[in-house]
Design a protein around this ligand. Structure first.
Ligand code: BYC
Length: 328
């Protein structure tokens, strides 16, 4: 592991039994009133721990998420697409920087977060463990994965922790450009030649299942939602976000003549809920626990990037002559 910073002891508490009841009640009342909690404010250890977990995972998702699209920069069809994709990938890495900074306000250093990513201790979004075989896969990510991210982030930007909400506001503004770029790429392929249409359809077939997983397990399987919603860290449940995404994007996808690979996908107009096939939650849990098609490759690339960047970090810290500690 590379060094730097003081070693942060992750808050261990998984319950509220040791918290001062008066402070806890005042904290919860502030959240109830819609106030933002700031880094210097009192907060229960569990709130701190949960926020670190979620913001850190989000930051990791942004840098790992840059990889499947990043591989298409050199092969983008045309100069305009190449320029736009470079800008998008750069934005995603910038989002990670903002999110790491937000998580650092809670006391965990960036070095520890990166180490936990590389060692496999921390999670990142399931969806980036799938390969982007074709240009159409990259278009699917730019339009629909970004669309899913915006649904989630617009909701959570109204949440309780100030630094996370402010980072999400900025991220959403940039993501809205990604969405337009991605939509344009998909429209182009879906209304193009037979080969282009087939390529786009094949991408939809490949990515639909991980896209359904993207919003997290069904509410009945979710372990963190109840508490995170009580503390306004999450502003909607996983099922509600998935439903909102389907509401907004199924008509747009079908409008382009693309077929969603789920024969029972339909909206129940009485309940307002979408009905869909079981997207194989076993696969979801396998992938988020390290056994997906690209997990190893993704972490290996990050590890190489950290090793190659070690001299820059050393130079910035003024320790040019300090030997590089190898990554674990
Ligand atoms: N992937 O209790 P639950 C982007 C884990 S990047 C992996 O429902 P929670 C983009 C969960 O962590 C934007 N793991 O969890 C970038 C937990 O495990 P642990 C990505 C997942 O936290 C570049 C367990 O399953 N967006 O869009 O209440 C290019 C139980 O789940 C996932 C974010 O990161 C998943 N999909 O809710 C293009 C949003 N889902 O930690 C695009 C921020 C669940 O107990 N995160 N797990 O070991 C969130 O909003 C929430 O954490 C989630 C999950 C809704 C994802």
């Amino acid at each position: 592991m590379y060094g730097g910073g003081t070693i942060f002891e992750q808050p261990k508490q998984d319950n509220l039994t040791n918290e001062d009841p008066v402070l806890l009640a005042a904290f919860e009342a502030r959240i109830e009133r819609g106030e933002k909690i700031e880094p210097q404010d009192w907060m229960p250890q569990l709130y701190r721990k949960q926020l670190i977990r979620m913001i850190e995972q989000h930051a990791h998702s942004e840098i790992i998420g840059a990889l499947p699209e990043g591989t298409w920069i050199t092969r983008a069809p045309g100069f305009k697409r190449k320029m736009a994709l470079i800008a998008k990938v750069q934005d995603e890495v910038g989002h990670a920087q903002m999110l790491y900074s937000a998580a650092e306000t809670l006391g965990k250093s960036r070095e520890q977060m990166i180490n936990d990513l590389i060692s496999g201790k921390s999670k990142y979004s399931n969806i980036f463990n799938y390969p982007a075989f074709t240009w159409a896969d990259s278009c699917f990510i730019s339009w629909l994965v970004d669309a899913g991210a915006i649904v989630n982030q617009l909701a959570n930007a109204r949440g309780s922790y100030g630094p996370y909400c402010r980072a999400l506001d900025r991220i959403c503004a940039e993501e809205s450009f990604h969405l337009k770029y991605g939509h344009h790429c998909v429209i182009y392929l879906a209304t193009g030649t037979t080969i282009q249409r087939e390529m786009m359809q094949a991408a939809v077939d490949r990515w639909w299942k991980p896209m359904m997983h993207f919003f997290g397990p069904p509410d009945k399987m979710s372990v963190h939602t109840e508490l995170l919603m009580k503390w306004k860290v999450k502003m909607a449940t996983n099922d509600d976000m998935r439903n909102q995404f389907l509401d907004m994007y199924v008509p747009k996808i079908r409008e382009l003549g693309l077929v969603i690979p789920d024969p029972i996908l339909d909206k129940d107009e009485k309940t307002g809920k979408w009905i869909f096939s079981d997207p194989d939650w076993d696969e979801f849990f396998r992938v988020i626990n390290g056994d997906g098609p690209c997990n190893k490759e993704r972490l290996e690339v990050r590890k190489i990037a950290e090793e190659r960047g070690a001299w820059v970090r050393r130079a910035l810290s003024g320790n040019i002559f300090k030997p590089v500690t190898p990554l674990a």
